[in-house]
Every structure is written in structure tokens, then in C-alpha cells.
Design a protein around this ligand. Structure first.
Ligand code: PLP
Length: 421
């Protein structure tokens, strides 16, 4: 499957949703006396037993600090931690595990790139190009480095359907930004950007490309080699893995040239009062004790996702989205933001119900056991573009069902009744 978007053929392999659901203990609980309908996967995904057990086993059997100890447990912990790096590198189609740096989450990983690369390479008047559909994780670190260096931020606009305005993007790239940082999939609109094309265009314009894969990596295969970007990050907890671990892949030569962002244990080669030298990549960027149990959990999540298979995950989520979009559109007074069909969009659907605040919608849905997100989704630039302060967002994962979409729709009708609409 191509890493790019709209031309992708619809995958055909199917999943057994019952068998998948049985692997997620939390999905059998009730909320407000109703079966849980978890549609807040864009915020974080639930965890399969394989992940929960991998972390449990780590603490029961292997717990030790990594890299430093010459004893069996430390070697086992190190193998688990470095094994996770290799699995992530393979998942992303990276040339080497050494190109993969672990961080606390993808936010922390963006801060690392913005602060470390940005501080060394940006100066007064340099342009940092972002898009109007970015998550704050890929805006605020650039804003901070812009303030530090005198660089300027520019936001590439979206069109009324919620896709990047390609002509405007070409114009913005023509103004020779030093960096183009953009999301692969919008966490609000579900829009899937044609990353291969726009990364190539940005590269030709001489910009460093930094891609936010937080909403992409859980949904379809990503090959950083095929995309041809400079940096690509994602976060473990949206990929059915634990919180507390994020990933930044970057080109080896870029990592090598960068200064570390945080200092401390593990990231040094030699410390003397006069001079400190850095460890090699990736240790140079991983100061202190790393997220070891979380890496074990992330490795299990990668294995789990690969055992289900992206063709099946993609096919299932496209089916759910194709089912949900017209059903939602039928609810009177409901407006969907983002592309109206499944071409170039993922199962992340933001909407507003006219006359009802998104927080009230969410609260009424919760009474039906339906978990969705309401708010600005850490995307206030986009909220301003959409001319709303907040939206309600339903976002799917591989364990969701069309029956759950039906429950969402019934709950929305209930919200309309309660508000006298
Ligand atoms: N980028 C996107 C597109 C997201 O949806 C999110 C999380 O909502 C993030 C970045 C930040 O993820 P984290 O909070 O794990 O760093």
C-alpha cells in the first residue's frame, strides 16, 4: 500500500471484530449502565491484552535499568528496550534502528526537533511553514523556537472541504521556508494529506520536512523511506500501546549533526570538569532512565497491530467511516467538518449539532455509554479557520462496529430531543 493517500486502493482483507474485541478487556465494561461505546480513539486507543501482559511481565520478570548493568536482568531489560527500537524502525520502514529516538510522547519528540535543530539552523526572518490543520504539538514548539531565534511562522491554508490548499501551499513553499512541519492525518478533520507529494515539493523548495504521524501510524502502513521526509514522529498510546512513550524517526545525518536537547545520564560519552562529550545517536537524545516498561508495551503493540494486519485494519475503518458519514449527515442540524466521503480521509469525524454546545452533546452521549471528545482538540488555529470554538469528535479504531455507530446516532437524536430541536 502506498504511503500516499487518495490513490490508495481500498484494502480487502477483513477482520473478525468479535475476536479482536475479546482481546480488549475494557470493552466489556459498562458506562452509566450501558455497554461502553468507545469512540475517542483519536485521543487514545484502548490496549489489547498482549500489551497489558507485556508490561506486566516486564515488571514481574525483567525489571532493571538499561544499558548500565552487567547483570542478567539489566541485559534482559536492555534487550527489550532496544528490541522495541528495532520493531519501531521496521514498522516505519527506517534504514536503521539508530534513526529512532524514544521520547515521552510525540509532543516531547517535536520539542526535541524544534529546539535542537531549530536553535542551530534558524535565524531572524527565517520562515517556518506549518498548516492550519496542525495539532498544538506541532505548532507550539515551533512558536517557541521562533521566539528564541527571530524566525517567523506561516500557516498553509486549508480549503472549505478541509484539505490543504495545494496552490497556496506551492506559493508558501515558494517563499523558501527553512522548515515545513505538517500532519499526515488531521486529528480533527480526518483529512489524509498526500505526504509523498508534498514532502517532495518541500524538499525541492529546500525545506526540512517534519511530519506528525500521530493519527496515521495506527491506521495504515507508513514508510519513511517512501515518504522521503526528514523527521517523522508518532505516539505510542494511539497505536494501542501505553502512554509515556513517543517516537521520532529522523535521518541519521541530521541526528548526528544535532546538539542534544536535554542533558544528564546515559547521553554522554565522557564527563570531565573541562569538557563533556556526547554519546552516539540515539543515546545522545535520551537523557536519563528511558521508558523501559513502555517500550516493552509499545513493542507488543507493534506486534499486535502487525498480527491483525494493516490491510484488515484499513478496510475495517474505511467501512466504518463510509457507514458513519451518511448516517451522521442524516441527523437534522448536524454539520460534519472535513471531507464528505472516504477518499483521502480517515475515520476521525468532527461535527457540530446546531444549537447544542459540543460539551453538552458529549455529556448526553456519555449517558448512552458513548465516549467521544468535545473541545478544540488542541487545534485552535483550525477552530478559528472553521469559525467554531469547539467540535464534537467521534474517532474509530479497529474494534469498533457499525452497531456502535448506530448507538452514536440514536444518542444524537436523544440530544436533539433533550434540547427541544
Ligand atoms: N499530533 C496529533 C495529530 C495528535 O492527534 C496528538 C494527540 O492528540 C498529538 C500530536 C500529541 O500526542 P501526545 O499528546 O501523545 O504527544
Amino acid at each position: 500500500m502506498a504511503a500516499d493517500s487518495t490513490s490508495a486502493a481500498i484494502p480487502t482483507k477483513t477482520v473478525s471484530v468479535e475476536s479482536i474485541r475479546s482481546q480488549f478487556p475494557i470493552l466489556s465494561r459498562e458506562v452509566k449502565g450501558k455497554p461502553l461505546v468507545y469512540l475517542d480513539n483519536g485521543a487514545t486507543a484502548q490496549k489489547p491484552l498482549a500489551v497489558i501482559e507485556a508490561m506486566d511481565t516486564y515488571y514481574r520478570e525483567h525489571n532493571a535499568n538499561v544499558h548500565r548493568g552487567v547483570h542478567t536482568l539489566s541485559e534482559e531489560a536492555t534487550d527489550l528496550y532496544e528490541g522495541a527500537r528495532s520493531k519501531v524502525a521496521a514498522l516505519l520502514g527506517a534504514a536503521s534502528p539508530r534513526e529512532v529516538v524514544f521520547a515521552r510522547n510525540v509532543t516531547s519528540a517535536f520539542n526535541l526537533v524544534a529546539r535542537s535543530w531549530g536553535a542551530a539552523n534558524l535565524g531572524p526572518g527565517d520562515r517556518i511553514l506549518l498548516t492550519e490543520m496542525e495539532h498544538h504539538a506541532n505548532i507550539v514548539p515551533w512558536y517557541m523556537v521562533a521566539r528564541q531565534t527571530g524566525a517567523e511562522l506561516e500557516f498553509a491554508p486549508i480549503d472549505d472541504e478541509g484539505r490543504l490548499d495545494r496552490a497556496a501551499l506551492t506559493e508558501a513553499l515558494g517563499r523558501s521556508p527553512k522548515v515545513f512541519a505538517f500532519t499526515h492525518v488531521s486529528n480533527v478533520l480526518g483529512t489524509r494529506n498526500p505526504v509523498v507529494e508534498i514532502a517532495a515539493e518541500a524538499k525541492a523548495a529546500g525545506a526540512l520536512t517534519v511530519i506528525d504521524g500521530a493519527q496515521a501510524v495506527p491506521k495504515f502502513p507508513v514508510s519513511v523511506t517512501e515518504i522521503g521526509a526528514d523527521f517523522y514522529g508518532f505516539t505510542g498510546h494511539k497505536l494501542y500501546g501505553p502512554t509515556g512513550i513517543g517516537v521520532m524517526w529522523g535521518r541519521r545525518e541530521l541526528w548526528e549533526a544535532m546538539e542534544p536537547f536535554e542533558g544528564g545520564g546515559s547521553m554522554i560519552n565522557k564527563v570531565t570538569p573541562e569538557k563533556i562529550t556526547w554519546a552516539s545517536v540515539p543515546a545522545k537524545f535520551e537523557a536519563g532512565t528511558p521508558p523501559i516498561a513502555e517500550a516493552a508495551g509499545l513493542a507488543a503493540a507493534v506486534d499486535w497491530v502487525q498480527s491483525v494486519g494493516f490491510p484488515a485494519i484499513e478496510a475495517h475503518e474505511i467501512e466504518l467511516t463510509a457507514y458513519a458519514l451518511p448516517r451522521l449527515a442524516e441527523v437534522p442540524g448536524l454539520k460534519i467538518f472535513g471531507p464528505e466521503d472516504t477518499a483521502g480521509r480517515e475515520g476521525i469525524i468532527s461535527f457540530e449539532l446546531e444549537g447544542v454546545h459540543p460539551h453538552d452533546v458529549s455529556e448526553i452521549l456519555d449517558r448512552h455509554g458513548v465516549a467521544v471528545r468535545a473541545g478544540h482538540h488542541c487545534a485552535q488555529i483550525l477552530m478559528r479557520r472553521l469559525d467554531v470554538s469547539a467540535t464534537t469528535r467521534a474517532s474509530f479504531a479497529v474494534y469498533n462496529t457499525t452497531a456502535e455507530v448506530d448507538t452514536l446516532i440514536e444518542a444524537l437524536h436523544d440530544a436533539r430531543r433533550i434540547f427541544g430541536l
